[in-house]
Design a protein around this ligand. Structure first.
Ligand SMILES: Cc1cc2nc3c(=O)[nH]c(=O)nc-3n(C[C@H](O)[C@H](O)[C@H](O)COP(=O)(O)OP(=O)(O)OC[C@H]3O[C@@H](n4cnc5c(N)ncnc54)[C@H](O)[C@@H]3O)c2cc1C
Ligand SMILES: NC(=O)c1ccc[n+]([C@@H]2O[C@H](COP(=O)([O-])OP(=O)(O)OC[C@H]3O[C@@H](n4cnc5c(N)ncnc54)[C@H](OP(=O)(O)O)[C@@H]3O)[C@@H](O)[C@H]2O)c1
Length: 272
């Protein structure tokens, strides 16, 4: 009888641990996927027969044996490296897939869904918009890494402000890459902010949840950004509570959600 692992169609080619619970992984599908647009995602899968990482909490909902555990992951690579996909992943201790992905090493195999998904892309932003705010918590940064890597080579016609919130500075993945890009690309401002300052007293940068940028005049005063849905598109990715709170703050300013049917200036990707 066929095992679900027979459906594995990709190999891990590199893995970089930022902390015990946060990693960047590069994967090479056996057959290159179709072209994707920065901001899109694919499904990754592993057999439930693979043991979860030791020390994790019990599974939120126990997986049945020999099932493909599939979850969505934003692509962090730009698509300019043919055949390679990069992912930025945090381990959810009671999760089904991430404690299994955490054990993968270069050379190990997994499944990559062959369908490229999602509309969380800059191609949907009206050309007359001058500025795009890209705001993320945690690994919600992944789609913006893809966008900025593409922007460095094939510039988009917008000014970008990237707001990234993480608990501690060592959980600000891609910090150096984005710092360098914001120096090299004059129309990119990068604002990393940490929330657990007591645990990271060495950090001298911004602190506090990224919601504060939308609930104050900081964007206008520090970055000359107008929160006007006719001029500025806003992308929010990651923690759903952040997305709801920012959405509520922006609604009185006239921001409405972008959907494939309605042309709003607020684009959201909730991770759970
Ligand atoms: C479009 C899309 C793109 C995504 N891209 C990424 C990505 O690039 N990187 C990434 O790390 N994740 C990403 N996710 C989240 C990912 O799909 C999984 O939900 C996540 O990795 C947890 O999977 P799991 O099987 O380990 O946990 P599950 O078994 O699915 O969940 C266990 C419990 O944890 C909750 N939960 C799920 N995810 C999180 C989380 N991140 N933080 C806290 N609680 C959570 C669930 O609601 C549930 O209660 C994305 C989700 C979507 C919808
Ligand atoms: N133990 C670890 O070292 C570790 C490392 C990585 C991931 N993980 C686990 O992996 C999962 C996802 O981690 P993640 O880093 O992607 O995301 P996360 O843990 O949800 O946090 C990322 C950032 O989002 C902030 N945040 C939370 N709610 C918010 C809100 N309503 N508005 C604005 N900002 C908000 C957090 O601030 P606050 O600090 O104020 O909450 C934090 O700075 C979680 O289950 C996490 O526990 C654990």
């Amino acid at each position: 009888m066929e095992a679900v692992s027979d459906k594995y169609n990709a190999v891990v080619v590199a893995k970089q641990a930022l902390t015990a619970d946060l990693f960047i992984m590069k994967v090479k599908p056996d057959k290159p996927l179709a072209e994707f647009i920065s901001g899109q995602y694919v499904l990754l899968g592993m057999s439930s027969n693979v043991p979860r990482r030791a020390g994790c909490e019990p599974e939120f909902k126990e997986s049945k044996p020999d099932r493909m555990v599939l979850r969505a992951y934003s692509i962090a690579s730009s698509g300019l490296e043919p055949g390679l996909l990069e992912f930025y992943i945090s381990v959810v201790s009671n999760g089904a897939l991430t404690p299994r992905l955490a054990g993968l090493q270069p050379g190990d195999r997994l499944m990559v869904g062959d369908k490229i998904r999602g509309f969380f892309t800059l191609e949907t932003v009206p050309k007359e918009h001058k500025t795009v705010i890209l705001a993320a918590t945690g690994t919600g940064l992944a789609p913006y890494v893809s966008m900025m890597r593409r922007h460095a080579v094939h510039p988009y016609p917008f000014r970008f402000v990237i707001l990234h919130g993480a608990p501690r500075s060592w959980e600000l993945g891609y910090l150096e890459e984005l710092r360098l890009q914001s120096r090299y690309l004059s129309r990119v401002a990068y604002v990393p902010s940490i929330t657990r300052t007591k645990e990271d007293p060495w950090w001298t940068g911004e602190s506090g949840r990224i919601t504060k940028y939308f609930q104050s005049h900081l964007l206008r005063d520090k970055l000359e950004v107008e929160l006007d849905p006719a001029k500025t598109s806003i992308f929010l990715c990651g923690n759903p509570a952040m997305i709801h709170e920012v959405g509520e703050t922006l609604a009185p300013l006239g921001y409405t959600a972008y959907t494939t049917q309605t042309p709003g200036s607020l684009h959201t990707e909730e991770y759970w």
